[in-house]
Design a protein around this ligand. Structure first.
Ligand code: MEV
Length: 425
């Protein structure tokens, strides 16, 4: 009998087995489906159970390796976790092109994150702002007492800013605490500091504190990546011009800019996820940064002078190599080892470089043969499997569909039965 109420008290107190039983009954899962949920990969179920709440299983995605990356003169293999076909191949392909111009170069600001403290009902916000700024050293000291380890590593609260904000709920005083989070993503350190200094800020300002939380618009933690590629490497002058026009289209039109940036995030997110980092934070920061001047714009820029194609990108990338899943997920640890990164800044810069190269791959394909050609061969393999092809049949059916330019289930079934008939006769 299936249970249909989702009101389950104490679900979190149950064992994984008991939770699974409840979910199986709720959703009428078959024994095969329950078997799939019980089959775990590299992430041990007990580790998973400590990572989040109410765990019943682990969820796997493909982990691929993009090759050919030359970043700041150093070779990298790039672990990418993503469900979308063609992304890893496209990244590898475009990285090979970028290599011909010496690869991708990067730089970054320090790993500075912003903690926001919202002060409301402050009687004299302009005066309060100055009172707070006057006590900057004392407040930074208070914040730094939260995290002596971070301070010992050279990080910690470094600066304080205050803004008066007109809102629909009246005037607010918004204080920004700027924290050098070193190799962490930084949310924990920053949130703890923001919570610690909030009462002191409120007592100075004479109002009340409300929110005390990190800002995901990490515009003090920017990554810059650029490349200069001979036009021959991307398919010639015409293609390079097409790439520049594709960028100009995105620059002029938010509808296109969204898709342009999505292509960048294909590469960015895949590495962020592979390394156990918070991809929602990176996404939120990226898109807000893209709209920082009031209009949504592309995060990258592409130009050509007829001899070279010049690409550059600037975006916030808040990732860490210590803390959270980066240290608990075994595949995240291995991904970091494959990358061989030593600091969060190095990781962020690699991710920016991957974003730029992924963008090149998409724009080049769009400007030349179109995106579907590259997608088709993997897509065709999936369709072949759906049609029932197994083993060597998969490639045969897929190749035939691509040749006939008809990648559809009915076509796959037709080709499969033809192949099987021919084999019998
Ligand atoms: C598909 O995942 C990403 C692209 O749409 C990006 C783009 O259009 O630039 C190909």
């Amino acid at each position: 009998m299936s249970r249909r109420s989702s009101r389950i008290s104490g679900f979190y107190k149950l064992s994984i087995e008991e939770r699974l039983k409840i979910v199986s009954e709720f959703a009428d899962l078959t024994s095969d489906e329950i078997g799939s949920l019980k089959r775990h990969g590299a992430l041990d179920i007990e580790i998973a159970n400590r990572m989040i709440e109410n765990v019943i299983s682990t969820y796997e995605l493909p982990l691929g390796i993009a090759v050919n990356f030359l970043i700041n003169g150093r070779d990298y293999l790039i672990p990418m976790v993503i469900e979308e076909p063609s992304v890893v191949a496209a990244a590898s392909n475009a990285a090979r092109m970028a290599r011909e111009g010496g690869g991708v170069y990067t730089s970054s600001t320090g790993p500075y994150m912003i903690g926001q403290i919202q002060l409301v009902k402050v009687p004299q916000p302009a005066i309060a702002r100055l009172e707070i700024l006057k006590r900057k050293d004392e407040i930074l000291e208070l914040a730094n007492q939260c995290d002596p380890v971070l301070v010992r590593l050279g990080g910690g609260a470094k600066d304080l800013e205050a803004r008066i904000l007109e809102t629909r709920s009246g005037v607010m005083l918004i204080v920004h605490l700027i924290v050098d989070v070193r190799d962490a993503m930084g949310a924990n350190a920053v949130n703890t500091m923001a919570e610690t200094i909030a009462p002191r800020l409120a007592s100075i300002a004479g109002g009340y504190f409300r929110l005390r939380i990190i800002s995901n618009l990490a515009d003090r933690r920017l990554v810059r990546a650029w490349t200069k590629i001979p036009v021959e490497a991307v398919g010639g002058r015409e293609v390079a011009e097409g790439i520049m026009e594709a960028w100009a289209f995105a620059e002029a039109d938010p509808y296109r800019a969204a898709t342009h940036n999505k292509g960048i995030m294909n590469g960015v997110d895949a590495v962020v996820i592979a390394t156990g980092n918070d991809w929602r934070a990176v996404e939120a920061g990226a898109h807000t940064y893209a709209a920082r001047d009031g209009r949504y714009r592309p995060l990258s820029r592409w130009e050509t002078d007829g001899s070279y194609l010049y690409g550059s990108l600037e975006m916030p990338i808040a990732v860490g190599i210590v803390g959270g899943a980066t240290k608990t997920h075994p595949l995240a640890k291995i991904s970091l080892k494959i990358l061989g990164v030593k600091t969060s800044q190095e990781l962020a810069e690699i991710i920016g470089a991957v974003g730029l190269v992924q963008n090149l791959a998409a724009l080049r394909a769009l400007a030349a043969e179109g995106i579907q050609a590259g997608h088709m061969s993997l897509h065709a393999k999936n369709i072949a499997v759906m049609a029932g092809a197994v083993g060597g049949e998969i490639d045969l059916v897929a190749e035939e569909m691509v040749r006939e330019k008809a990648v559809r289930l009915d076509k796959a079934q037709e080709i499969l039965s033809r192949i099987r008939k021919e084999r019998k006769s």
